[in-house]
Design a protein around this ligand. Structure first.
Ligand code: PEP
Ligand code: MG
Length: 885
């Protein structure tokens, strides 16, 4: 038979799934012999049954009645007993903490008779009426659905009428009046009376807490915190203890360590003559916990002892809520406390050092998201106001600068030493110089894998993208958010970790952790703690971590951050800026010799790029990918060209013949769907000479580095392969050029040739493809795009927020790998690829390579390495270590 109700003496901390976090911990404290007011927990299973049917589950009422009898016997009085009422609190408590998101009802059991009894036994009439008015208000709002602001208004009207500055100034008669007003209000709003039956109060309170799981607030919170919608909440029914019985009573919250820094010592707040919710609500000013030592030394002493017991027992920072009722201490709640990233690292390292937890446990308690937060400068959150706009946190960190609206202006101002923020609707490869010059990039369109996001992350530039409230007007050189107009040159602050934009210059705090990664300088306790975690992770991990890097500088930085090679060098990034003219000439070449000339001009430049990267990564593998994007991306925009030509003609002049030629080429090459068009290996197969030039540049760079005494380890990677035949033909060309350069130089050049797996067909025919590939690297950006049929440049801004709201997925599949779909293709490709070629090396170089949850998946799928942007390398190292736990 199903059972729904458990006494606090029955459960334990490992039953959070059934009893909720709060219930499980109340049971644990009860078992430890700490002073917990007696009570019982109605399980999450009961809540799920209620949510599924909308009706009270069979047998629940009987079980609650039985457990209530146990409580009543122990207390020696009955729920709501007129002369001396037992009163109960009814609190939500889900498996994962959702602070303040669901309902609580206190003082359940009070009625018109028992309020008089309570007044008598407590000897405190005011307290009794105050408890009653709290119950009527909470019950009225939560259970009976009356708008809470009506109660609040009645309370403030009364205070005004009595000239009272706070609640304490209202006397017993005032509060009795208020109860009357509240009850009338309930009757008027609902047509029903406030129920006097204690049993009915309890029953309806429990169901109302269940119902609050579905409330708007709770739903929004779960979505943000990625908590599943179907868990349900438990309900804790507990004997009330009172902190509002006079100066020898009170309530407080406490931490066994400082949750901001992790430093040992008791931290917390206390409020005399108050109930717990008054402490949290900040109605009156609390005093620091240390003041309790003077107010009530005995209780303070006991509290310190209980906190030590809890920290030793849980072997972690605990937070608690407690109440002192007339000099007697009661523990109302404990849990392993939330903490900042800094405190998480400090506590893990220190407790492991003290031997209280194992190194593995310490590693489990820190994470990559926390590390990322510690690596970047932050805004001092205590001194920034409300954000001007919100967007997607695309590349972490915080930066301040003058808003500029195009790349040229960004470069111009940066050259004079000014800090700038590049604001665009979205960025294109044309904006690259401006992005390099800017401290931050802000776009109003585009998702986390948009051009702006990917490039900014790669460079470590702060980026907020898809800030839909921002309307960018580049012609007028300003952007607007609602009524606020931000002109060019106005200073704005961009928080790429939180996805927020502020007007003005927010104060910055520098990162000592970043300095340590860059220079090895161990400056403080936090850095020591991070170093401890990194050493453990590196010692534990099986996955190697490489970096996506296109320049020698990025490669060198990635190496300082611990990268074990380059997993993706996007060669097309080397075709931008000054070199575009050369690429243009190649595309426009009228005949073979013109094309050869253009390619010949690009060759030494590419060779130089590769030499620099191979030098920075000497002795480590560098995977160089042959050109991937459609060539028209390197030509000017079609509309802009057409406008230029039309304007020249309208003025009666002759358009620049180069423009006409360009427009003709752009029109010829135009594709409706370029992401699915002439790109990747397809380009290499149909544009003569392109692959040969790139391979020659790689091979000659290898020769140059070898002759200079280095150990270059270039690997050549072919993008967007869908069929083994494509790879076979391309590979023959690659091998031909490698052999040619070997012959010419007398230096044998061996570069493994592999492919990206970024199309479903490639994954599904991986066994065949492995016959021609020495390695695979999953391009999970394109693999996600093509598996879901989601345009990676558009969908995040277009409709992902609706999808997230509807719970279709909890995070964007471009951010965290979709295990069920894309992940299945990855597993198929790994299995079939290795079956065909057992020594096949397999990695991933899509954005997911630096995403913590995805790294865990890649570990479990048996990949050899992940590759991510240089700044994510430490995060990936840490998570790769944690994945083995
Ligand atoms: C990918 O598709 O995952 C990938 C790494 O290639 P790109 O992002 O350059 O298309
Ligand atoms: Mg790709």
């Amino acid at each position: 038979m199903v059972r729904y109700v458990y006494d606090f003496t029955e459960g334990g901390r490992d039953q959070a799934g059934l009893l909720g976090g709060k219930g499980a911990n109340l049971a644990e404290m009860t078992r430890l012999g700490l002073p917990v007011p007696p009570g019982f927990t109605v399980s999450t299973e009961a809540c799920r049954a209620f949510l599924a049917t909308g009706a009270e589950p069979d047998g629940l009422a009987r079980e609650i009645a039985e457990h209530l009898t146990v409580l009543e016997r122990a207390a020696g009085r009955l729920l709501g007993q007129p002369d001396d009422p037992l009163l109960l609190s009814v609190r939500s408590g889900a498996r994962f903490s959702m602070p303040g998101m669901m309902e609580t009802i206190l003082d359940v059991g009070l009625g018109d008779d028992s309020v008089l009894g309570l007044a008598k036994v407590s000897g405190n009439e005011r307290f009794a009426w105050d408890s009653y008015r709290r119950l009527v208000q909470m019950f009225g709002a939560t259970v009976m659905g009356v708008d809470d602001s009506l109660f609040e208004k009645a309370l403030s009207d009364l205070k005004r009428a009595r000239g009272a500055s706070d609640d304490l100034a209202l006397g017993a008669a005032d509060l009795a009046d208020l109860v009357r007003t509240y009850k009338e209000l309930i009757r008027r709003e609902t047509g029903e009376d406030f129920p006097q039956s204690p049993g009915e109060q309890l029953r309806r309170a429990v169901l109302a807490v269940f119902e609050s799981w579905r409330g708007e607030r709770a739903r929004v919170y779960r979505r943000r915190e990625h908590i599943a919608d179907d868990l349900g909440t438990a309900v804790n029914v507990q004997t009330m203890v009172f902190g509002n019985l006079g100066p020898d009573s009170g309530s407080g919250v406490a931490f066994t360590r400082d949750p901001a820094t992790g430093r040992p010592g008791l931290y917390g707040d206390y409020l005399a003559d108050a109930q717990g919710e008054d402490v949290v609500a900040g109605i009156r000013n609390t005093v620091p916990l240390t003041a309790l030592e003077e107010l009530d030394p005995d209780s303070y002493e006991q509290l310190c002892g209980h906190m030590r017991t809890l920290e030793t027992h849980y072997r972690d920072l605990c937070d608690i809520e407690f109440t002192i009722e007339r000099g007697r201490l009661w523990m109302l709640q404990t849990r392993v406390g939330k903490r900042t990233a800094e405190a998480a690292f400090a506590i893990a390292a220190e407790l492991a050092d003290e031997g209280l937890i194992t190194a593995d446990e310490g590693l489990a308690r820190v994470d990559g998201d926390g590390l990322a937060r510690l690596m970047f400068p932050r805004f001092d959150t205590s001194s920034v106001g409300e954000p001007l706009a919100h967007g997607l946190p695309a590349s972490p960190g915080a930066a301040v600068g003058a808003a500029v609206f195009d790349s040229v202006e960004a470069v111009r101002r940066a050259a004079t030493g000014e800090r700038v923020v590049l604001v665009r609707q979205e960025t294109t490869p044309d904006d690259l110089p401006g992005m390099i010059a800017a401290q931050a990039v802000l776009t109003s369109r585009g998702g986390k894998t948009s051009h702006a996001a990917v490039v900014a992350r790669g460079m470590g530039t702060v980026c907020v993208c898809g800030a839909e409230e921002v309307t960018v007007d580049p012609a007028a050189r300003r952007f607007t958010v609602g009524d606020t107009v931000v002109e060019e040159g106005t200073v704005v602050s961009v928080d790429g970790s939180e996805g927020a934009v502020y007007l003005g210059a927010a104060p910055l705090v520098d990162s000592a952790v970043m300095r340590w990664f860059e220079t090895g300088e161990r400056s403080d306790r936090l850095v020591e703690a991070v170093a401890w975690a990194m050493e453990r992770a590196d010692g534990a991990r099986r996955l190697e971590v490489r970096a996506n890097a296109d320049t020698p500088e990025d490669a060198a930085r990635a190496r300082r951050f611990g990268a074990q090679g380059v997993g993706l060098c996007r060669t097309e990034h080397m075709f931008l800026g000054e070199r575009r003219k050369l690429v243009e000439a190649m595309i426009l070449a009228g005949d073979e010799s013109e094309r050869e000339r253009a390619l010949g001009a690009l060759l030494p430049l590419q060779r130089q790029d590769f030499t620099g990267i191979l030098e920075a990564m000497d002795g480590l593998p560098v995977t160089i990918r042959l050109i991937d994007p459609p060539l028209h991306e390197f030509l000017p925009d079609r509309t802009a060209l057409a406008v230029r030509i039309a304007t020249a003609e309208a003025r009666g002049g002759v358009p620049d013949p180069h423009d006409t030629e360009l427009l003709e080429a752009v029109t010829r090459m135009h594709e409706e769907n370029p992401m699915l068009g002439l790109r990747g290996v397809r380009l290499g197969l149909v544009v003569p000479g392109l692959v040969a030039m790139q391979v020659r540049a790689i091979a000659e760079a290898v020769v140059e580095r070898t002759k200079a005494g280095g150990s270059p380890e270039a690997e050549i990677m072919v993008p967007l392969v869908g069929a083994v035949e494509e790879l076979r033909i391309e590979r023959e060309e690659v091998e031909r050029v490698l052999a040619e350069v070997s012959r010419e130089s007398g230096v044998p050049v061996h570069c493994p040739v592999g492919t990206m797996i970024e199309l479903p067909r490639a994954a599904l025919t991986a066994g065949r493809i492995a016959e021609e590939a020495e390695f695979f690297s999953f391009g999970t950006n394109d693999l996600t795009q093509t598996t879901w049929g989601f345009s990676r440049d558009d969908v995040e801004a277009a409709f992902f927020s609706a999808y997230l709201d509807k719970g279709i997925f909890a995070t964007s599949p471009f951010e965290t790998l979709d295990r069920d779909g894309v992940g299945r293709l990855v597993r198929i490709a790994v299995d079939e690829g290795r079956a065909a070629r057992p020594d096949l090396k397999i990695g991933v170089c899509g954005e997911h390579g630096g995403d913590p949850a995805s790294v865990h998946f890649f570990h479990s799928a048996g990949l050899d390495y992940v590759s991510c942007s240089p700044f994510r390398v430490p995060v990936a190292r840490l998570e790769a270590g944690r994945a083995t736990l």
